[in-house]
Design a binder for this molecule. Structure first.
Ligand code: ADE
Length: 220
């Protein structure tokens, strides 16, 4: 069982991606718990302010430390977190081996940035791990956080059945999955490779191995 506490200024962005299919089933089975906390409700003053201009000038607002510190501290008072992760384009680039490592934890907190990002002092005081999902900039950390939860959630024992076990996923063995086919055996003149229809498990395995690509991809 892994519990995620996600702090977000736009919680709705997280609800849909995590409430269908395998993730919803993991929640229903009690193997995954995802709690989303609305940063805005911790905002300051009448307008529940959560952001401000940056010192030294420059475009873009920064999430102020007060509301973030309050909610993070409240959560930390309730349980011990194995990691407090900040989703940011300048973090370490996410991959399968980071997902594998994080899947061994019980409690993970994720902070979603917005606008220009969060005040550095929150990173200094609370954050234990900074993760980027790739070298491009998104409007916020919610979609990256959903990617983290999905990729970690499917690794929790019992979430996938044996047949589709995450051990056989692309990337787990340095290989990408071979081509896959389902019925019909012929589609628009394109036929399924004969060997896959042969029923010969050894030949099929050899074919799949041969057609698996290495994950050592070139850049372009
Ligand atoms: N927030 C904005 N862009 C991001 C990225 N590429 N990875 C993680 N968090 C982000």
């Amino acid at each position: 069982m892994i519990r995620f506490d996600i702090i977000s200024a736009i919680p709705d962005l997280l609800t849909s991606p995590l409430s269908h299919s395998i993730m919803q089933r993991a929640v229903d089975k009690g193997l995954l718990d995802v709690q989303v906390h609305d940063l805005r409700s911790y905002g300051l003053g009448r307008y529940k302010q959560i952001d401000d201009y940056q010192y030294g000038g420059g475009a873009g607002m920064v999430l102020t430390p007060g509301p973030l510190d309050t909610i993070i501290s409240e959560l930390k008072n309730q349980r011990t977190y194995d990691e407090v992760i900040y989703m940011t384009p300048d973090g370490v680039t996410y991959n399968q081996s980071i997902a594998n490592r994080l899947s061994l934890h019980g409690n993970i907190m994720i902070i979603c940035g917005h606008y220009k990002g969060i005040d550095q002092r929150i990173r200094d005081i609370h954050v234990t791990c900074e993760i980027s999902i790739g070298d491009y900039v998104l409007s916020g950390g919610e979609l990256p956080a959903a990617i983290l939860v999905d990729s970690i959630g499917r690794l929790i024992p019992g979430v996938l059945n044996n047949e589709s076990s995450a051990l056989f996923d692309s990337h787990q063995d340095g290989l990408l999955a071979p081509p896959i086919y389902t019925r019909p055996a012929e589609f628009k003149g394109h036929v399924v490779p004969e060997v896959l229809l042969s029923g010969n498990d050894a030949l099929i395995e050899a074919w799949r191995e041969k057609h698996s690509k290495s994950t050592q991809k070139s850049e372009e």
